[in-house]
Write a protein that binds this ligand. Structure first.
Ligand code: FES
Length: 151
């Protein structure tokens, strides 16, 4: 007497082998997908590179040109440097967080955008008025003697 299960074992085994073949192919495809992973990593690296301050190391001018309690916009560098208190220098992106205009001036303790009148604190870039909801991102500035340098 033949066992009914052994009669079906043949096709079932073939199905297992066929499935393993598909899995093998899937594994192969996954291995091929590894290059996409590398691409993503490269993009992450690019993002990390993007986090580096653009224009880092660029000379901005004299610290003495930054008024105490005020600041100065450097439109070519898209940065604004402020001096909230004597000898304390801060820098922020000059790109308004509302719709991307360049801020134009620093007056009365705020960094002002001409497009829709957003105003940002000279101390920390926080929003002080207008439609902007996000602060101006901080930038690094160093002071060496009387020279201001980005980064
Ligand atoms: S872009 Fe600056 S307030 Fe709108």
């Amino acid at each position: 007497m033949t066992h009914p299960a052994s009669a079906q074992a043949g096709p079932a085994r073939r199905a297992v082998v066929a499935t393993a073949g598909v899995c093998g192919l899937a594994t192969l495809l996954a291995a091929c997908g590894g290059s996409d992973g590398k691409k993503e990593n490269a993009q992450d690296g690019e993002k990390g590179g993007g986090a580096a301050q653009p224009g880092a190391g660029a000379a901005l001018g004299r610290a003495a040109d930054i008024p105490e309690g005020g600041g100065k916009v450097f439109p070519d560098r898209k940065v604004v440097v402020t001096q909230p208190s004597k000898g304390e220098f801060k820098a922020f992106s000059a790109v308004c967080t509302h719709q991307g205009c360049l801020v134009k001036e620093v007056a009365d303790g705020t960094i002002n955008c001409p497009c829709h009148d957003s105003r940002f604190s000279v101390t920390d870039g926080s929003v002080r008025g207008g439609p902007a909801r996000q602060p101006l991102p901080a930038r690094k500035v160093s002071v060496n003697g009387d020279s201001l340098t980005l980064g």
